[in-house]
Ligand binder design. Structure first.
Ligand code: NOJ
Length: 668
């Protein structure tokens, strides 16, 4: 796992030299550049933290602490000691939106003694140049080896009534269209919660390293205070912890513009370094699959006359993948157990028993000959006990046939009909799957996951996840499909939590199965999404027959899924966005621009290119007559020589887009 562990630079400024803090009143830690400050007060022994940037409040004094079983309130403390450290390191990702990540912060750890009980608690604050993180730590302490947490009382008190893009916590899969409202009107909502502040800045509250603990939702109280609400067990308990224990980090990214949120790496930095020694088997890639035809009702997951996962059908997909340089073919509905209402009885799902018309040996031998891999599928229907019982056998079975990536699924609002996906029960289950898969050198694409929190730094075989309202809604959602604005929002909300397996790539916009529902974009917007929405595994989700003979498919063939660097050129959340990303394996750049339901003219300065160098831009743009409702497939292709001094002027159709590959030629 050389790449990840080889540190490009490691400068630990004062690590290890914790020293006591002198002031008896406020405890302050500043970001390395001095602009962001975390201030902790303990007036009347009620501990509060606040955050400011350049002297302006970002978070007003906000409460911290817990309620433990027996109604014990852990919120009144004596400060015993503060410890400080600084850190500056650059590490390399095995795959990602950028190759190198700088982790630079100042840390303050406050050691507390509860006033009304024996409990000791530490709170660790880290101030970065682009935001903050803090976590609670229950240190080893005499007489306490476990605790039952009923509530976490962390608050985020905003100085004004900001606006937020939010999704309700009542959807177990995070598959919602975001609403934009003033925070005083919020429901209980999911994180990442992205806000535009009253003075036009951007904040996003989320968490990092969710391990053996429930997910944090946020509930509004008194119009500006967001309060953490942990997803409970069915018993009402939030978390059972073994002491010593550290909670996930609570994070706030603080930006001047939407792109600052996307370019922040706080979440990854607050996760533990990679646990997988050799990551060379983790290969970012593109895939096609027996999938869209199932969602459009052209085939079935279950065995029968319209069964999709047949040997012959899979071979057709393998042929298409091989002919077009696509390395993976996903096949859903290959294994026994999909009959009847499988979501009501996931225990019938068997992960080592293919249907009789799916000859896995013949298929994988054929794929191997053609240089293509089968991508596996474990739909569990959230029957996690059934899945866990089969887990080792199921991974070993796939591995025997050369399967290196498995898509997992949890279609059922509760796990084992009882526990939330993102309560402690679900969090434990998902981690067990990732760690077991790593043993088998299998990468995971997790659908219906717990909201990602950067665990992929530690377990990079967790390559991508759903947890977003993706392309499938454009097949069957009774509301007509995803709105044109949806993909202009999610890079700045759910996308901040990590890779999204959205599965775009539609070229044929008719939907006979569910009239009135369709992909609500132009074809070029589908292309641009490969640059805008990040995932190291990207699906070309349409059926092969819909790609053949269309020049625009070249962009899907060319676009990489692993990046040296990422820049958000311009964006207005909910209206439009322009991303530029540089390929990790070549000198090519890729640009994607998308708009909502409004057509738009956008300028893209190419100043991110090397100076004094000529490039060839291959531009896939909406046709002059393109319009998402009536003429989505109209597009034009143009090649142009460009340099870093150029500004590209783009015209995007309604719900349109533009996708550009920029190839380095020679020094001019
Ligand atoms: C929901 C997943 O998101 C989708 O991709 C999959 O096809 C179905 N479940 C069936 O497993």
């Amino acid at each position: 796992m050389n790449k990840l562990v080889v540190l490009i630079s490691l400068v630990l400024l004062t690590v290890g030299n914790y020293s006591s803090y002198a002031s008896p009143k406020d405890f302050i830690v500043k970001s390395p550049d001095g602009h962001i400050q975390i201030v902790v007060t303990n007036n009347g022994n009620i501990l509060k933290y606040s955050v400011n940037k350049n002297g302006k409040a970002v978070v007003l004094p906000s409460k911290m602490g817990f309620v433990l079983q027996g109604n014990e309130n852990l919120n009144s403390f004596d400060v015993k000691k503060t410890l400080r450290t600084s850190h500056d390191e650059t590490w390399e990702q095995p795959w990602g939106e950028c190759r190198y990540v700088r982790n630079n912060y100042n840390e303050m750890k406050i050691l507390l003694q509860a006033r009304n009980s024996k409990n000791k608690l530490n709170i660790i604050f880290r101030a970065f140049n682009d935001g903050i993180g803090f976590r609670y730590e229950f240190p080893k302490q005499d007489g306490i080896d476990s605790l039952v947490i009923m509530k976490e009382n962390t608050e985020f008190k905003m100085p004004q009534v900001h606006k937020a893009w939010w999704i309700t916590a009542s959807n177990p899969y995070y598959e919602c269209l975001a609403k934009l409202s003033r925070i005083c009107d919020l429901d209980t909502v999911r994180t990442p919660l992205t806000m535009e502040t009253a003075d036009g800045k951007y904040l996003s509250i989320h968490e990092a390293n969710l391990t053996d603990y429930p997910k944090m939702n946020l509930t509004i109280s008194d119009s500006t205070t967001l309060r953490s609400t942990l997803v409970p067990w069915s018993t009402g308990v939030a978390a059972y912890i073994k002491v010593p224990f550290a909670t996930p980090w609570r994070t706030i990214i603080i930006g001047d513009k939407p792109g600052d949120l996307v370019e922040s790496r706080i979440m990854l930095n607050l996760n533990e370094p990679c646990m997988i020694k050799d990551t060379s088997w983790l290969k970012p890639c593109k895939y096609i699959g027996i999938w869209w035809e199932l969602h459009l009702g052209e085939g079935t997951w279950y065995y029968g006359p319209k069964h999709g996962a047949t040997t012959a059908n899979t071979k057709k997909y393998i042929d298409f993948a091989a002919a077009n340089g696509i390395s993976g073919v996903l096949v859903e509905g290959w294994n026994k157990g999909w009959e009847g209402n499988w979501t009501k009885n996931g225990n019938t799902l068997d992960f080592t028993q293919p249907y009789p018309d799916f000859d896995i040996k013949a298929i994988t031998d054929y794929a191997k000959e053609k240089g293509v891999e089968l991508i596996g599928h474990h739909e569990t229907a959230a029957a996690t006990k059934n899945y866990e019982q089969q887990l080792d056998r199921a991974f070993a079975y796939y591995k025997k046939y050369g399967v290196n990536i498995v898509k997992t699924g949890y279609v059922n609002p509760l796990m084992d009909f009882k526990e939330a996906h993102d309560g402690q029960y679900g969090v434990r289950h998902y981690r067990k799957i990732i760690e077991t898969a790593a043993k088998y050198k299998i990468a995971i694409d997790n659908h219906e996951p717990v909201m990602p929190t950067g665990i992929e730094r530690t377990w990079p075989n967790l390559m991508t996840q759903e947890g977003v309202r993706g392309q499938e809604y454009n097949a069957w959602s009774p509301d007509g499909g995803n709105t044109p604005e949806h993909t202009t929002v999610i890079p700045f909300t759910r996308g901040l939590a990590g890779p999204m397996d959205f599965t775009f790539g539609t070229f044929n916009f008719t939907n006979k199965a569910y009239p009135g529902t369709r992909v609500n974009t132009t074809l070029c917007k589908q292309l641009a999404l490969y640059v805008i929405i990040y995932s190291p595994l990207q699906m070309a989700s349409d059926m092969p027959k819909n790609y053949s003979g269309i020049k625009a498919f070249d962009f899907i063939k060319d676009v990489p899924t692993d990046w040296e660097t990422t820049k958000v050129i311009d964006a207005k959340i909910g209206d439009y966005s322009i991303f530029a990303r540089k390929d990790r394996k070549s000198t090519d750049w890729y640009v994607g621009a998308i708009t909502d339901e409004n057509s738009r003219e956008l300028n893209i300065p190419l100043s991110f290119l090397e100076s004094d160098t000529k490039y060839m831009a291959q531009i896939y743009a909406d046709g002059d007559d393109a319009e998402w409702k009536t003429n989505p497939t109209s597009f034009k292709y143009e090649e142009r020589i460009v340099t870093a001094n150029d500004i590209l002027h783009l015209k995007l159709a309604t719900s349109g887009g533009c996708a550009i590959r920029i190839i380095k030629l020679q020094k001019s």
